[in-house]
Design a protein around this ligand. Structure first.
Ligand code: N01
Length: 545
């Protein structure tokens, strides 16, 4: 890489550091991007807000946090040696092991010298004349680089809803993704959990048996399906290690990068008996088979969807002893699979315990948080601990929380006020040399993350290599390419069952956020093919200088 063209002034306190590339985030994408940039011979600084590497698996250390991807489809595929060295202990590995794995990767590839922890990037500004990005950290220090690559994930900007009185609570309270480093002693404690998404489902199952009393505040029930986790024995381990090429071949072909693929038949192609047998068979299988391995029209035809939705409601009614509670837990206001399906390991049975209470906050909304606990329309519940399992300002949130300014001082957040606009989810016009791994409308947003992250990183790395070979120093998406991609991503969502359901996929979980699709719903395979075609055509849609 050529030297930055402008001499870098130093403040009296601290010189501005200069690199070829700055990466933000030390999660699955940031770590792999760092590996590839170092191989290219780039000087790189990776800034990570957390006190350790791992991203999602560093932050989300709440009890019960684990993969909903089969472990052996989640690990990196880029290193044969790593694949053979690492033994996943369970089919769906838990947070402690996942965090260990990513630390192992950081050590194995000698990444730590390039990573600065506890380093929150608060602003990034593009200097047009010098063609560099300057980032500013929370502590005021600054660094510059030709390229800025964000690897901030789609679910890292945690969200505590603006309940009145949040600060007034006298006990302990935290969001699930800002879980304390030290284990929490729940014994005998009165605990309130707000939210019943995938996080809460894992957490509640784990802590219900430990707490004195648990109150669950549910606004929308979910269609939860059994995870069916189990340990990996030595024989299976050997088989997995021998099958990695086939495993990754398959995950490249499926719609969402999982090992599951939709059944090409319609639910109406088979008899009611055969359909019921298929539903039971799917139910008995581990992981997302019930969602992503179901009849193809489950996700497109309301009548087909209702057949499986009612099947799931039946399973809930079988498991929850109190019929009134079962009805509250059985979703009727949205269709199956139109929100991420939480995978569970005994969730519904927790509501049969004497120490667990379900509060339906549609019937009795939360009015405020008080010094003693949570006040709903009908009662005040007293707690020692309140846990906010209230999700994230997804996809755009992590980028918008950084004050990113492109050419002419253009603010990314302001540009995206009416919804994100990107080309391939990798660049936004007006922000040259800013590359957003897993950005809005990127194929990785609806995917078994690491599979699509690897695709993103490889594509960006190849692009940087191409630029070096051609002597280019600047890449910028054209406004036309951005317009076409944004329209395409939006059109894919029109008329889908998913678009009818308020969820974080559409930004509907955040008050005041413009509603619109944040994901790419065309499938991981189609996305990869498009990216490959763009590259093969000399990176059409991008302008180089
Ligand atoms: O967040 P969510 P999450 N008042 O947004 C409720 C991934 N993940 O952290 O549905 C009252 O799904 C909200 O209610 P409602 C996975 O992709 C993966 O659980 O909006 N309640 C909901 O119940 C997942 O989709 C794993 O009506 C409020 C909950 O809080 C994503 O992370 C494990 C509220 C938020 O649910 C996010 O899951 C866990 C309010 N004002 C998560 N605001 C794996 O297994 C929100 N809620 C890998």
């Amino acid at each position: 890489m050529a030297e930055l063209s402008e001499r870098t002034p130093a403040t009296p306190e601290k010189p501005v550091e200069r690199y070829d590339a700055i990466v933000i985030g030390a999660g699955v994408s940031g770590l792999f991007q760092l590996v590839r940039l170092l191989e290219l011979g780039f000087s790189v600084r990776l800034f990570e807000a957390g006190g350790g590497v791992g991203g999602t698996w560093y932050w989300n250390r709440y009890p019960g946090a684990r993969f909903d991807s089969e472990s052996y489809t989640y690990g990196y595929s880029f290193s044969h040696e790593l694949l053979q060295e690492w033994d996943w202990k369970e089919h769906f590995s838990g947070q402690p092991e996942n965090e260990r794995y990513l630390n192992y990767v950081a050590d194995k590839f000698n990444l730590r010298p390039h990573i600065q922890l506890n380093a929150t990037v608060v602003a990034a500004r593009y200097d047009e004349s010098g063609n560099y990005w300057e980032v500013r950290l929370e502590d005021g220090s600054r660094a510059r680089a030709r390229f800025l690559i964000t690897a901030v994930g789609i679910l890292s900007a945690h969200n505590i809803p603006p309940f009145e009185g949040v600060e007034s609570f006298a006990g302990e309270s935290f969001h699930t993704s800002r879980w304390p480093q030290e284990p929490i002693d729940f014994a005998g404690k009165r605990v309130g959990v707000i939210g019943t998404g995938a996080t809460a489902v894992q957490l509640i199952t784990e802590i219900a048996k430990e707490v004195g009393h648990l109150t669950v505040f549910q606004r929308t029930p979910n269609y939860c399906a059994p995870l069916r986790n189990r340990p990996i024995d030595a024989e299976t381990q050997a088989k997995i290690k021998a099958s990695y090429p086939e495993i990754f071949k398959r995950t490249r072909e499926t719609f969402a990068g999982f090992i599951h693929e939709f059944d090409p038949r319609s639910v109406f192609d088979v008899t009611p008996e055969a359909r019921q047998a298929k539903f039971e068979e799917l139910w008995a299988q581990p992981g997302f088979s019930k969602w992503l391995g179901n009849f193809r029209d489950i996700m497109s035809n309301p009548d087909a969807n209702e057949l499986f939705a009612e099947f799931v409601r039946g399973k809930i009614r079988e498991r929850v002893k109190n019929p009134a509670v079962a009805e509250k837990l059985a979703p009727k206001d949205h269709r199956f699979g139109t929100k991420r399906v939480p995978l569970e390991s005994g969730y519904y049975e927790q509501f049969n315990r004497d120490n667990v209470l379900l509060v339906d906050i549609r019937e009795s909304p939360i009015e405020r948080i008080t010094p003693r606990g949570v006040k709903t329309k009908d009662a005040e519940y007293e707690f020692d601990i309140i846990i906010y399992a209230t999700g994230f300002d997804a996809v755009t949130g992590p980028l918008n929380r950084i004050d990113i300014r492109g050419a002419g001082g253009l603010s990314l957040k302001e540009k995206w006020a009416d919804g994100p606009r990107t080309y391939l989810g990798i660049q936004s016009a007006g922000f040259p040399n800013l590359l957003t791994l897993v950005g809005p409308h990127n194929g990785a947003t609806f995917c078994n993350m690491p599979r699509c992250i690897e695709q993103n990183v490889e594509w960006v790395t190849d692009c940087l290599k191409y630029m070096r070979e051609k002597g280019y120093e600047r890449i910028a998406a054209t406004a036309e390419a951005e317009e076409a991609w944004t329209n395409h991503a939006n059109e894919l969502a029109v008329g889908t069952l998913m678009s009818e359901t308020p969820s974080w996929f559409f930004g509907a979980n955040i008050e005041g956020k413009k509603r619109g699709v944040l994901m790419y719903l065309g499938g991981a395979k189609a996305y990869r093919e498009k990216c490959d075609a763009v590259a093969a055509n000399g990176y059409e849609g991008f302008k180089f200088d």
